[in-house]
Structure formats: structure tokens, C-alpha cells
Design a protein around this ligand. Sequence first.
Ligand code: SF4
Ligand code: SF4
Length: 88
Amino acid sequence: MGYRINVTEYQPTNGRDKGMLHSPELCVGCRTCQLICSLSHDGECSPSLARIDLRAEGLRFEAEFTEECDECARCAFFCPYGAIKEGD
Ligand code: SF4
Ligand code: SF4
């Protein structure tokens, strides 16, 4: 079964200023978050352009949101594993 991304499915509201939260215990390192971030902001699927960095720590993946993250929350919407949420 495939996973299809339709970027028009989600209309972001920027400037929420709540912060984004990543849960390593749910993350499988699929990089969908990076692909949707770079595709929506830069027009190409490239993890190196994404505003979320992922790094493997043993069997876990830790994420950090960069200064350029505008908290559009697309990555949270499209993460297939519910590993990203907006802050409260
Ligand atoms: S946060 Fe979600 S979309 Fe990003 S690598 Fe982890 S599981 Fe995949
Ligand atoms: S919330 Fe930040 S990391 Fe996530 S898609 Fe938007 S800009 Fe990219």
C-alpha cells in the first residue's frame, strides 16, 4: 500500500508561534516531513533544504526544527506516524 501526498490537502496558517514538537518514540525516520517541507517551501523534494533536521541516534531518530521553520505544521499534518505535533 502506498502513501500519497497531496500538498493542496493542507492549508497552513503561519505565525502561530507555538513551536513544533517531535516524538522520537513514534518516528521511524521515513523523512516524509523533510520532503513535504522542502517541496512546499522550495519546490523540490530535498531533505537538505527542509526546515526540520533528522539525525539517527542508535535506533531512534531525533529531530530539530531550524530557525527558518515558520511553524506551518505541514510536516505534522503529513507525518504518517503522528510523530510531529504543534506546541500548546
Ligand atoms: S517525523 Fe514523521 S514524517 Fe518525519 S521521519 Fe519521523 S515518522 Fe517520518
Ligand atoms: S512546520 Fe517547519 S519543519 Fe514543518 S513543514 Fe513547516 S516549515 Fe517545515
